[in-house]
Write a protein that binds this ligand. Structure first.
Ligand code: ATR
Length: 283
């Protein structure tokens, strides 16, 4: 039921066609009887600066930020949490008396999934991408206790900047940048691949050719995309019998932690997962 008292929340990003955040949040509002509504707010790059200025004058209660604006909005918030400052990426904004408070719930959300999976801390981690999401994953892995983190990114400078920032906060870690063109020559004994790029959202493109590696080399494939439920990268992994995970659990956990910021409560994970799978699984 729409009412005068409704709190308005939404997701800023572009494109948003793949996003199911609005389905999960609105479902949780209904289940937990929170008078709120969550909207998709797709904003093309050419309008982002004007749109952000305008949004500051609208009565939003909270916002999420996704691809490709997680880094850009860090300079638009009035206050930033120490974590978001460290990661240099904001995915959750809480608005109080017109002031925007930026936080990063991708990091605790992703760490929660690593803990659930009990992934080894002793293998190497090869992170594909160094945008806002890639930065969150890099910092999550370091916090989780991974010892060896390799980053590859199409734009060298962004990858090297992430390595530099991680080195500053975690000087004991083994960190290395791998040029994008050379990533398939990666020769560590046993490694986990994590895709944080947008390659795969189209259901056609894979960011990494895993076919030439044996199951013994690649011990796990994690794609933080959740729609499609199985990206081409995950399909390759499945064909090679490599264990895999998609981004649905991370999406749910980051959303649950965003709720904690906005409402001080957290909706149950299992309830949201069941709902999310309804929209994503066609098998
Ligand atoms: P987000 O905030 O969600 O991480 P982003 O900052 O735009 O979004 O990052 C997108 C990631 O996908 C980046 O690592 C980007 O590489 P660049 O830093 O070189 O832009 C990567 N990406 C997007 N399109 C790509 C493509 N066609 N080939 C390789 N990498 C791509």
């Amino acid at each position: 039921m729409i009412s005068q008292e409704m709190k308005i929340l939404g997701l800023i990003g572009y494109p948003l066609k793949h996003s199911i955040s609005f389905i999960l949040h609105n479902f949780a509002f209904k289940q937990l009887k929170i008078p709120a509504i969550y909207l998709n707010i797709p904003i093309p790059l050419e309008n982002i600066y004007k749109a952000l200025e305008g949004l500051k004058y609208l009565p939003f209660y909270g916002l999420n930020v996704t691809i490709p604006y997680k880094e850009l909005v860090t300079s638009y918030v009035d206050e930033i949490s120490p974590l978001a400052q460290k990661v240099k990426a904001v995915n959750t904004i809480t608005i109080k008396e017109g002031k925007w408070y930026g936080d990063n719930t991708d990091v605790p959300g992703f760490i929660k999934t690593l803990e659930d999976l009990e992934l080894s801390k002793d293998v190497s981690y090869l992170v594909l991408g160094a945008g806002g999401a890639g930065r969150a994953i890099g910092f999550s892995l370091a916090e989780y206790g991974a010892q060896k983190i390799y980053i590859t990114n199409r734009t060298k400078e962004k990858g090297e900047n992430l390595i530099k920032d991680l080195k500053y906060y975690y000087p004991h870690l083994k960190l290395e940048f791998i040029p994008w063109e050379e990533k398939e020559n990666f020769s560590e004994d046993s490694f986990v691949i994590i895709n944080t790029t947008s390659l795969g959202l189209d259901g056609k493109t894979s960011p990494f050719k895993i076919d030439k590696f044996s199951k013994n080399k690649i011990c796990f494939v994690y794609d933080i995309i959740y729609n499609p439920y199985k990206t081409p990268l995950i399909i390759q992994a499945e064909n090679l019998k490599i264990p895999w995970k998609n981004g649905l659990d991370m999406l749910i956990y980051q959303g649950i932690f965003a709720w904690k910021n906005w409402f001080g409560i957290m909706p149950p994970f299992d309830l949201l997962k069941k709902e999310g799978e309804k929209y994503l699984c066609d098998f």
